[in-house]
Ligand binder design. Structure first.
Ligand SMILES: Nc1ncnc2c1ncn2[C@@H]1O[C@H](COP(=O)(O)OP(=O)(O)OP(=O)(O)O)[C@@H](O)[C@H]1O
Length: 267
């Protein structure tokens, strides 16, 4: 499943937030969106998963106009994790994950044995199977995020749009969840704050700045000291890690550099 976005613009009350965004995600690609707070990452993703409507521009999923897809058809193709973890009702964890199966079913059709296996499997993948009967409202922020990830896994879509899907998770669960998502082989477009996570998992990265696409390319092309300085206004040391063979970014804050104890040795 592939995504094509052409010349998308969006404003809130005359205030332009997204300006002429064009991007694409090829089938099976894992694409990240990075950029500073307020640059428009979430707004872009909301336009892509139809929570907002673009002012101008076109979106195609598998070459089919997005606007033409019916809600249920879209839910069978596209799984979404937004930034908001709040749910209006108090459901058990298991019930929330079961909601991921609804696009595949008729109204009021009960869960089949296969549905139950898919739900159990999704809960195990995010390490929440021991809390299946717990009330969602009483979970921690990270546990809630893992339940919503299980719901999207049980939806079994070929395309995932994720808005910082692990921002509440400890490092074990961050890596575990990204390993699971990567292992699905699905097409993924994800906003990611942690540049090292983006370096580890993304095939390609779009950098946003002030509501526009600033650069795009492979992690090696994008996660350079120069681009990180230009976009995030911070100093870094960037190398290829000898074990992962991926870009590894070390942040060099002024307070540490000013101590004058950290002379960076070139490889
Ligand atoms: N409902 C809204 N009404 C008006 N302006 C909004 C609204 N939601 C977001 N904005 C503004 O749109 C801009 C982009 O916000 P957005 O949430 O897309 O940024 P982001 O890149 O996802 O930021 P972050 O990294 O902090 O999550 C910001 O300036 C924000 O204040």
């Amino acid at each position: 499943m592939n995504l094509q976005v052409d010349n998308l613009s969006f404003s809130y009350n005359e205030h332009t937030i997204l300006d002429d965004i064009s991007m694409n995600v090829a089938s099976g690609e894992f694409v990240g969106i990075i950029g500073p707070n307020g640059c428009g990452k979430s707004t872009l993703l909301k336009n892509l998963y139809r929570s907002l409507t673009p002012d101008t521009g076109s979106i195609y999923l598998d070459h089919k106009g997005f606007k033409d897809l019916k809600v249920k058809e879209l839910a069978r193709k596209l799984g979404v994790i937004g930034q908001d973890n709040t749910l209006p009702f108090d459901f058990a964890v298991n019930d929330i994950v079961a909601m991921g199966r609804s696009p595949h079913k008729k109204l009021f059709q009960s869960d089949t044995k296969e549905d139950m296996e898919i739900i159990q499997n999704a809960l195990e993948k995010v390490d929440m199977h021991t809390m299946a009967d717990k009330n969602y409202l009483y979970l921690s922020g990270g546990e809630k995020q893992r339940v919503l990830l299980a719901r999207v896994l049980s939806q079994q879509t070929d395309f995932l749009i994720l808005d910082e899907p692990t921002n509440h998770l400890d490092i074990h669960h961050q890596l575990r969840i990204f390993d699971v998502i990567k292992g699905l082989g699905a097409t993924v477009l994800s906003a990611i704050h942690d540049l090292n996570i983006a370096a580890l998992y993304c095939d390609r990265i779009y950098v946003m700045k002030d509501g526009s696409i600033y650069q795009s390319g492979t992690p090696e092309e994008i996660l350079t000291t120069d681009i990180i300085q230009e976009v995030f206004n911070i100093k870094t040391d960037v190398r290829i890690h000898p074990v992962t063979k991926k870009v590894m970014i070390t942040y060099l804050p002024e307070s540490i550099l000013n101590k004058g104890e950290n002379n960076i040795e070139e490889d």
